[in-house]
Every structure is written in C-alpha cells, then in structure tokens.
Design a protein around this ligand. Sequence first.
Ligand code: UTP
Length: 470
Amino acid sequence: MENLKTKLQSVSQGQLMVFLEDLLPEQKESLLRQIEDLDFQKIPEWVAKYVKNDGLLKIPDHFDPAPSYPSRPKTDEQGEKYAKATKAGEDLIRQGKMAGFVVAGGQGTRLGFDGPKGNYPISPVKNKTLFRIFSENLLAAAQKYNTVIPFYIMTSPLNHDTTVEIFEAADYYGLGTENVFIFQQGTLPNFDFDGRILLAEKDKIASSPDGHGGSLRALHSSGAIADMKKRGVEYLSYWQVDNPLVSVVDPLFIGLHVTDDAEMSSKALLKAGPTEKVGNFCLVDGKVTVIEYSDVPDEATHRKNPDGSLAFELGSIGIHMIDVSFIEKLNKDGDFALPFHRAVKKIPHIDKKGDRVQPETPNGVKLETFVFDAIPMAKQSVILQTLRENEFAPVKNAAGTDSAEVTRQMMTGRTAAWLEAAGVKVPRKSDGSPNCTLEIAPSFALTAEDLKAKRDQIPEINPGDKLYLG
Ligand code: UTP
C-alpha cells in the first residue's frame, strides 16, 4: 500500500488516498483496486496535454471538402454502380458477413431519462423502445435475407447490468441469446482544473465512459471481435443508440464500402445550414477527416460553391461501416487509443473535507474519444449521403430540438412518405404534416419498396387515425 501511495504522489494524485483510513475493509479494497487500474504512466501527459491545456487537437492548416456519393445516383454510370453495389451488399448480408453494432454507453444527460437510453420508449403508436426497434429491424433483415445478423451492444459500467437485464427480460427481442453480445467500454478518470483526479465518494474515483471512440478498443478487448471472426462476420454496421430511423443494414452502403475497398465509411447529411452543430466531413492530406463544427474557422463554415451550395455541406451523423479487420489492425499493438477531446463539465465530487459538492458551474474536465477520429487511419473511406427525413432523428433532449416529440413526428413522417410512395392516401394537416399517427413493424416492411409490395394489406387511413402496420 505504501508503494501505491508513493506511486500516486509521484504523479501528484496523493489526494485519492486521503480518506483511506475512514473506509471499511471492502471499501478500502475497492478503492485500491480502482487506483491500481489507473494508467500511472499516462496521467502526467494527459494532465499536461489535455486537462491544463485546451488547444489539444491541432486543426490542420489546410483542408478541403470531402467527396461523397449522393443519396440517389446522378448519372447512368452512377446508377449502374449503385445497382451493382446494392446487389453486392445484399450478397454479403445473405452470406452472414454483417453484424449490427450500437454504441449505447453514453450517459444521456441531456435527455435526463432514468436508465439506459436504449430503453427509452419512442415509437409513435406502440411506444417501442430504441433497443426493441433496432432488434426487430435486425431480426426482420435476417429473415428477409435468410441469414443471421448478430447484434453487438456497447454499454458502460454505468448502464451495463441494467442493459443486460433489459435484454434478458425481453427475451433478447427474439434474436436469440447466442446472437446478442453485450460488452462494456472503458472509463477515464475525471480531473479538476489543476489536474487532480476527483473522488465521487470516499471510496470511488470520479470517472466517465471514454467516449464512443472507446468502442474500437472495447470491441477488441471484450472478445467481440473474436466472436465475429468465429462467426465469419467481416463488416460492422455502426450506429448510435438515439437514432430510431437508422437503416440497420443498408445493402447500398455496404456495397459501396466494399467495392471501393474502404475500411471505415460514413453516412452524411447535407447540413441544414452552415452552423448546424454536426462534425464536418473534410479532406486532410487526402484522407477523409471529421472536424468538429466548433473547430472549423468561420470563413470555411460559410464558404459557398459557385452554385450557392455550402462548400462544407456534409455533416457527420454517427453511422458507419467498419471492417472487422480494420479494428483488429488498430488493436494489433495492444495499446490503441484515439486522441482525447476535452469537455469542461460540472462534475459532482467530494471536497477535501469529504463533503459532497454538486457544482453549479463547470469545475473540471472529462476526457473522451470520438469514433470518427479513426476514419483517417483507414486506407480508404467512402461517404454516402442520406436524407434526414429517412435516416436521422436523434433523441437527445427532453424538449425542443432533437427531442422525443420531434423524433416521433419524424417517424410518422417517414411512414407517411413510404405509404404515399406506395399509392396510399395519407390525411395531412394544412401545414403539410400527417394528420394521423403511423408506425410500421420492421417485420411488415423494412423499406419503402417492401411496403409497396404489401399495398393490398394497407387499410384506408382517416384523419386522426392511429395505425400500426404489423
Ligand atoms: P452523445 O454524444 O449524444 O452523448 O452520444 P450521450 O452521453 O448519449 O448524451 P449526453 O451528451 O450525455 O446528453 C452519441 C452516441 O454515442 C454513445 C451514446 O450512447 C450515443 O449512442 N456513447 C457516447 C457511448 O457509447 N459512449 C460514450 O462514452 C459516449
């Protein structure tokens, strides 16, 4: 123990053991275990580089807009390429080479929901949770392609046990226990502005999940990659837990990724305006790179093309294709980590006297990594544009923009558009929004085309109806 104390003091973190003598034996043991798990070698560097210094990530001197594939082909040649890619993607799904992967380890502080965000009820008619929606989509896709699509779920120590309980209680939403793999991401300690690690309790280091970028390490260390290899899974469809509109396996996206020999690819949105708060897809030294909106200089943010469109028009939405072999390559030296981003936060902790503090203003730094920082490490990377109304309705906030209410409206909105494309009349209000509430079970239709094929099973829709197509 003296040894540990000296080690801690050598990295200026002696405060972590101040209350040791107040603790019960099991609390003491737990705290010592947490201290032993700290990366003593790295802490001084983290403090100097990221905690005390906020200019950590160097913005490149020169960057250009990244090229992308449009959501619909623009030329005949492109049309042919899309058709071939879709077919190739379907073949890969059929051959069992795809898995779904959701990152669900975030704290969801903005939503303020009690429990894992994936358990948030969101579907407009049946109130299905996000986890149920993703699982049902994967199951329906597996049935459509007569295959198995395993589901990998990343949690954090804060929500892992509850997430496992939720899946168990729901009998794995029909996917089969053997096809669901739930694993935890790592955590990083929280610091005060002087670089001292905070205590959440006398026996507990204040820490937080290491960001969605932690997935690329946790997939490996948890054994998820080994499980994929055993199954012959070669490609991961990656998405965020808050987006129920995501297409969990998209043949076109998979096909373009594979035909262009990419290792990590992305879907992108055309930004709603120059300052929309999404990462910008750029090209740096020939590599696709996401630069955070807050880091893009004003001139570039507002720059226009000759046709009036934004020069940096592509926003990142947390939807990727990732090669299993790429993740293995990143982890081959055993100590893989993406660069840290620094977030100044209000961090509850105990003070020097052991009194609990719930800060009203930011008092420290959390470090996290972002998955898109791995894109430039890929030998090739494809960007496919998608449409907001088709594929991006994140539940982030309790009210206002990106709230559950908006997401539900968008879910009904997409169903309405699919129904109309199938020739069904949907009652609309004077502002154009649907005058009804609509939901489709993934087993009924996964795409607009699937729905068209079931046109004769769809009843008439009257104003104010709540319709579930299941
Ligand atoms: P967000 O950036 O929206 O963060 O995560 P959050 O933690 O869910 O919500 P707030 O900011 O506290 O309100 C985007 C996606 O990345 C996952 C989240 O679960 C979500 O799917 N994520 C985020 C992780 O899996 N781990 C993390 O450490 C952070």
